[in-house]
Design a protein around this ligand. Structure first.
Ligand code: ATP
Ligand code: MN
Length: 475
C-alpha cells in the first residue's frame, strides 16, 4: 500500500507492508525508529523496530538512502507528528546505501542537488516539486477537456521556424565529418533524411492554427526547443509549452482565456497539493530569513497563489506601459540597466517593475510594436502595433506570450516577406488564409514558468527533472 493511503488508515493492528526509501534512522539497541518515504506523499511513515524482533545484522543495513520493505502491524503512534506507525516484524533490505549517499538529512544547496539530479528526487523539496508538476500537468489537460478543447499533437521535427528567431537545433542524419555538398560547396540537404533542412520545433503554434481552423478549439502540450544561449533562471533549451488556439477568438477573448486558464490550474494545485505547498511555503520562509528585510516578499507562497486567483490581472497597452516606465523612479534615477523608449523590447527588469512595484499584481500587456513581434500577429489599424498580449507574473516576468493572428492573406503575405521568411517555406500556413480564413487567437505558456511560480522556486532548472541548458545535458 502507498504510504499516502496508509497514513489515512485507522490503526486496528492490521498487518501491512511498507516499501520505500529510508530517510532517517534513530534510536538504540532497545528500539529503532525508521522514517520511510515512497514518494507518494511528502510525509514519511515511521517503522518501529523493537530490540530482539528484528535481527541486528539486518537493522545495521538500514540507513539513510537504503530501500526497504517493512512488514508489521499498523498501530497508533505514541510520538507526535503522526497518527499511525508500523510495528516492524519483518524487514527486507532491497538495496543498501552507505554513508557516501549524497542525500544525507541535512541542508543541501540547490547547485549541489543539480549536480546530483539522478538522486535529488529523494529529497523532500524535489518530491514536492515533481508531485506538484504532475498535478499542474493534469490540471492543464482537465481545464481544456472541460472547456471543449481538443489536444493536438504537433510535430517535434519541423522545417519551419515559427518564431523567426533562428534559434533552432538542427536535426540531421548526415555524417558531420563529410556531409554531401552541392556544386557551389554548400551542404546539400536534399540528400538528408527528410530531403530538406530540419530542426527541433520552437513552438507548435503554426500547426496548431491549422487544427483550430477546423476543430475550432485545440491545444498542444509538448516539448519545445530553443538554442538561445541565455543562461538565465527563466530559460531552458528544452521546455514544455502549452499552446491553445481558438477559431473566432479575438484579442480580448484570448486574454480572458489566458486569465481564466492560469487561475483555474493554480486553484487546482492549491486544492490538490496542500501538503506539498505547505512544505514549500515553510522552506521559502526559512530562505527569506537570510535575506535583508527589504528584499523579503510581503506574501507567503500560498498567500501569493491565492492573490493571483482572486484578483483580476491588470490590462494595459504596451504604449501605456512605456509611459509608466518613462515616468518611473528607477528610470529617472537611471537604475534600469536597459533604456526605455517606445519601440524597445521590454526587458525583464521593466516587466518586473510593472508587476511587482507599480501594479503589484499580474499584468497583461497588449498591442506591442510590430517590429518586436512575430510575423503572424494581426496588424492593428494604425499599422504600427499588433494584437499581441504578454502575461507578466511577479518574480518571473513573461509567463505567457500570445496574440490574435493575422487572418488576411495579403497582409500576412507581405509581413512574411518583410521579416525575410520565404513564403514558399510556409505555403501551407498561408493557404489557410485563402480558404475559409477566420479570426483566431492563441497563446503559449511555458509550463516550467508556471511550475516555477506555483512552487515558489527561483531557478527554472529546479522544476524540470533533467534540465537542458547551455553546456549541460549530463543526465
Ligand atoms: P522570453 O522573452 O522570456 O525569452 P519569449 O518571448 O522568447 O520569452 P515566446 O516565444 O513568447 O517566449 O514563448 C511563449 C512562452 O514560452 C513564454 O511566455 C515563456 O513562458 C515560455 N518560454 C519561452 N522561452 C523559454 C525558455 N527558453 N525556457 C522556458 N520557457 C520559455
Ligand atoms: Mn514572448
Amino acid at each position: 500500500m502507498q504510504i499516502k493511503e496508509l497514513l489515512k488508515q485507522s490503526p486496528s493492528e492490521q498487518e501491512v507492508t511498507v516499501k520505500g526509501w529510508v530517510r532517517t534512522k534513530r534510536g538504540q539497541a532497545a528500539v529503532t525508529f525508521i522514517a520511510i518515504n515512497d514518494g507518494s506523499t511528502i510525509h514519511n511513515i515511521q517503522a518501529v523496530a523493537e530490540g530482539g524482533l528484528i535481527d541486528e545484522e539486518t537493522l545495521k543495513l538500514v540507513s539513510t538512502g537504503a530501500c526497504v520493505a517493512v512488514t508489521g502491524k499498523l498501530i497508533a503512534s505514541l510520538g507526535s507528528g503522526q497518527a499511525v506507525e508500523v510495528k516492524a516484524e519483518k524487514v527486507v533490505v532491497y538495496g543498501t546505501a552507505d554513508e557516501t549517499f549524497p542525500m544525507q538529512p541535512k541542508k543541501h544547496s540547490m547547485e549541489f542537488l543539480r549536480e546530483k539530479a539522478h538522486l535529488r528526487f529523494r529529497t523532500n523539496t524535489f518530491g514536492a516539486i515533481f508531485r506538484i508538476r504532475h498535478v499542474l500537468a493534469f490540471a492543464v489537460h482537465k481545464y481544456f477537456n472541460d472547456n471543449g478543447f481538443f489536444n493536438l499533437h504537433t510535430p517535434i521535427i519541423t522545417a519551419s521556424d515559427a518564431e523567426g528567431a533562428g534559434e533552432m537545433f538542427h536535426v540531421t542524419n548526415f555524417d558531420m565529418e563529410k556531409p554531401p555538398r552541392a556544386e557551389d560547396g554548400s551542404i546539400d540537404y536534399s540528400q538528408d533524411f527528410f530531403g530538406r533542412q530540419t530542426s527541433l520545433t520552437v513552438s507548435g503554434q503554426l500547426e496548431g492554427e491549422l487544427g483550430a481552423l477546423a476543430l475550432s478549439k485545440i491545444y498542444t502540450f509538448g516539448p519545445t526547443f530553443r538554442a538561445e544561449n541565455s543562461n538565465t533562471t527563466r530559460h531552458l533549451a528544452e521546455f514544455w509549452m502549452i499552446e491553445p488556439e481558438v477559431a473566432f477568438y479575438e484579442l480580448e477573448d484570448n486574454m480572458n482565456l489566458a486569465e481564466d486558464f492560469v487561475q483555474t490550474v493554480i486553484k487546482y494545485a492549491l486544492e490538490n497539493c496542500a501538503d506539498d505547498l505547505a512544505f514549500l511555503e515553510k522552506r521559502l520562509l526559512e530562505e527569506e530569513k537570510n535575506k535583508p528585510q527589504n528584499e523579503r516578499s510581503e506574501l507567503s507562497l500560498i498567500e501569493k497563489l491565492k492573490f493571483v486567483i482572486e484578483n483580476q490581472f491588470q490590462r494595459l497597452t504596451y504604449t501605456e506601459a512605456i509611459d509608466i516606465l518613462v515616468r518611473s523612479k528607477p528610470h529617472k534615477e537611471k537604475k534600469f540597466q536597459y533604456p526605455v523608449e517606445w519601440g524597445i523590447d521590454l526587458q525583464s527588469e521593466h516587466e518586473r517593475y510593472l508587476v511587482e512595484k507599480h501594479f503589484k499584481k499580474p499584468v497583461i500587456l497588449t498591442n506591442y510594436p510590430k517590429d518586436i513581434k512575430a510575423f503572424y500577429m494581426k496588424l492593428d489599424d494604425d499599422n504600427k502595433t499588433v494584437r499581441a498580449m504578454d502575461v507578466l507574473f511577479p518574480g518571473i516576468g513573461e509567463i505567457i506570450g500570445g496574440s490574435q493572428r493575422e487572418d488576411d492573406y495579403e497582409k500576412l503575405l507581405s509581413r512574411t516577406k518583410e521579416v525575410g521568411i520565404d513564403p514558399e517555406n510556409i505555403w501551407w500556413y498561408l493557404e489557410t488564409r485563402k480558404f475559409g480564413s477566420a479570426p483566431h487567437a492563441g497563446f503559449g505558456l511555458g509550463f516550467e514558468r508556471l511550475v516555477l511560480f506555483v512552487t515558489g522556486m527561483t531557478n527554472i532548472r529546479d522544476v524540470i527533472p533533467f534540465p537542458r541548458t547551455p553546456k549541460s545535458a549530463e543526465f
